[in-house]
Design a protein around this ligand. Structure first.
Ligand code: GLY
Length: 588
């Protein structure tokens, strides 16, 4: 904790210094070495992997050096994080992967979000008096949705990878079987969630030493059961997880922990390839995730609103800039509460929500220098404009193929339960549904019919894996964890890059803020100057200072130079360059 505070203190001291003189810093940065900002990215020409865990990043970079492409490396990272970053890396969660194939200039949005079990029902989390039983959603397997991660990673690898599944899974199997050094971040995270994990005997055995003693940084941790599960998947692919022995153990464990997932649920699970959601912002093309994530729709909606204001002229973290961005956030999250859900069950007005005309209308309702009141502002009407604890990693290879992937168990370590004999930690993703209209979920998000529970439906997400293109060429890959704050964290990263011309390390380090309609509060990180906060308060904003927001893992490409940055807010992450390019072997 002390170390993290010291790092944040240093970053925000630097920022406080800059916030006094930031008007002078808005010069055009050099495309190759940008010394304008006091934060510097990693560099590569051969490919790069950026994730929240340095060992997983190294594994991905090694796969690139061995001739794998960006998808091979991403899949290797996805399986490795299940071993080394178990709070969010997973086999039994779900997520979204954006893939850019530079040859053929193709973008793919892979939805491997979890789904509600086939015998789920709208009122399944309501007590007899109609109140919501949050404990059953969040801390028992009744809140576990049918997992999508293995199906998603295997699908991506088999359709778009270059190596064999067994090759890309080998490093994850090796570290799980032979052990890996516990990072400072992992030891801290386990300590902070000890109470949740000790409720489950298997979690206690998996994540603590004999006598329930904590792992210290540098201790070796083995994940033998997980290694066996990974071996079966490496050999059998999807059916190794969704059918056979692992599926049987999974269903048995789910039942023991109060859940309702059956073998039939697992057998039916399929990832979905969707059309990438496209927008544009100040001449750049934004490629992002469509529903059932709300992330892409609202990222584009907010960018469209912001395009009506001269943010570059105003500068980063000025009260004017923050005010307009907060108002854009307020409008987007109000719309989210009504219009967003699984498109297979609810007609999401995507085209209306991302229309420039609709954004112009929303922008015209913002008064510069004056806070609006969320109680007086509900979801707007995009229809007339119709004519649609999580972790992120980004990968690029030397051919310019990119992956931007966000996946999750929802809370840190999901509901805290681990399935005996498998090493698999359970998600509590059912909490992302709107379990009762007007009752907020764990992230304070409100929802209604669009996101109600139905069998086989995907819960609404905020995950926002995103690419930026310039003149059709890859410019950036980014994304973040952070529940409801994911969308605004990605928004601020995009604005820092495109409006304020920051390099990716500065764009990732800059102090952040967040608003989500309700609660009607602006959350601010340390480092936004006292004057700015005071100005915002005078405009009528309620400010809650102190919370850190997100953990972006991003890459920017300028003239084939690749720059990576792992967010400094969390320790343990790394941007790691591949030693050599990925063109050395033939496609499989
Ligand atoms: N579980 C958080 C999200 O998907 O938004």
């Amino acid at each position: 904790m002390y170390f993290k505070n010291a790092v944040l203190g240093l970053i925000f001291f630097l920022f406080a210094f800059l916030s006094v003189s930031s008007a002078a810093t808005e010069t055009q940065s050099s495309p190759i070495i940008d010394y304008t900002w006091p934060f510097h990215p990693e560099y590569s020409k051969n490919g790069m992997v950026v994730s929240e865990d340095s060992l997983a990043s190294q594994i991905g970079a090694d796969i690139l050096s061995q001739g794998g492409n960006a998808v091979d490396a991403a899949v290797a990272v996805g399986f490795s994080l299940a071993v080394t970053l178990p709070k969010a890396g997973n086999l039994a969660g779900g997520g979204f992967m954006l893939i850019h194939l530079n040859t053929g200039d193709k973008n793919i949005a892979l939805d491997y979000r979890e789904v509600a079990p086939l015998n789920a029902s709208a009122n399944m989390y309501l007590n007899q008096d109609g109140s919501v039983n949050n404990d059953s959603i969040r801390y028992t397997a009744k809140g576990t949705a049918v997992p999508g991660t293995v199906a998603g990673l295997v699908y991506a690898q088999q359709h778009y990878g270059r190596l064999k599944l067994s090759e890309v899974m080998k490093p994850a199997i090796t570290i799980a079987e032979q052990g890996f050094p516990v990072s400072f971040a992992l030891s801290q995270s386990l300590e902070s969630r000890k109470e949740r994990l000790l409720v489950c005997e298997t979690s206690a055995k998996t994540f603590f030493k004999a006598g329930k003693k904590d792992y210290q940084p540098g201790d070796m941790m083995k994940r033998t059961d997980l290694a066996n599960t990974l071996k079966i998947i490496a050999e059998k692919g999807n059916s190794g997880f969704y059918q056979g022995r692992i599926a049987e153990l999974f269903v048995k464990g789910i039942k023991q922990h109060g859940g309702i997932i059956r073998l039939e649920d697992l057998k039916q699970y399929r990832p979905i390839e969707r059309d990438v959601l496209m927008g544009n912002y100040r001449g750049y093309q934004i490629a992002t995730m469509p529903p059932p994530s709300s992330g892409g729709v609202h990222l584009i909606e907010m960018l469209n609103i912001l395009e009506n204001f001269p943010l570059a002229e105003w500068g980063p973290n000025r009260s004017k800039t923050i005010q307009i961005m907060v108002e854009a956030m307020r409008s987007a999250y109000a719309d989210r509460s009504k219009y967003l859900g699984d498109p297979a069950f609810y007609k999401v007005p995507v085209t209306g929500l991302i229309s420039k005309l609709y954004a112009k209308k929303l922008a015209s309702e913002i008064t510069l220098g004056k806070a609006r009141n969320s109680n007086k502002l509900g979801p707007d009407n995009p229809i007339p404009y119709e004519s649609p604890q999580t972790t992120h990693f980004s990968v690029i290879d030397s051919d310019g193929n990119m992956v931007s992937n966000t996946y999750t168990l929802n809370f840190s370590y999901g509901n805290g339960h681990t399935i005996a004999g498998t090493g698999i930690v359970l998600n509590n993703e059912m909490d992302d549904f709107s379990v009762k209209p007007g009752v907020a979920n764990a992230y304070g998000l409100l929802g209604g019919e669009a996101n109600s529970i139905k069998p086989g439906k995907r819960p609404l997400s905020s995950m926002t894996p995103t690419f930026i293109f310039k003149d059709g060429k890859p410019y950036a890959a980014t994304g973040s964890p952070g529940g409801s704050t994911i969308i605004t964290v990605v928004l601020e990263t995009v604005v820092n890059l495109l409006d304020f011309n920051m390099n990716i390390a500065a764009a990732s380090s800059w102090p952040r803020f967040h608003h989500q309609w309700f609660p009607d509060v602006v959350y601010t990180e340390p480092g936004i100057s006292a004057d700015t906060i005071e100005n915002l308060q005078k405009m009528g904003y309620k400010i809650k200072e102190g919370r850190t927001l997100g953990s972006t893992q991003s890459i920017v490409v300028i003239d084939h130079n690749q720059y990576g940055s792992s967010d400094p807010r969390r320790t343990g992450g790394a941007a790691i360059a591949a030693k050599s390019g990925s063109k050395t072997i033939e496609h499989k």
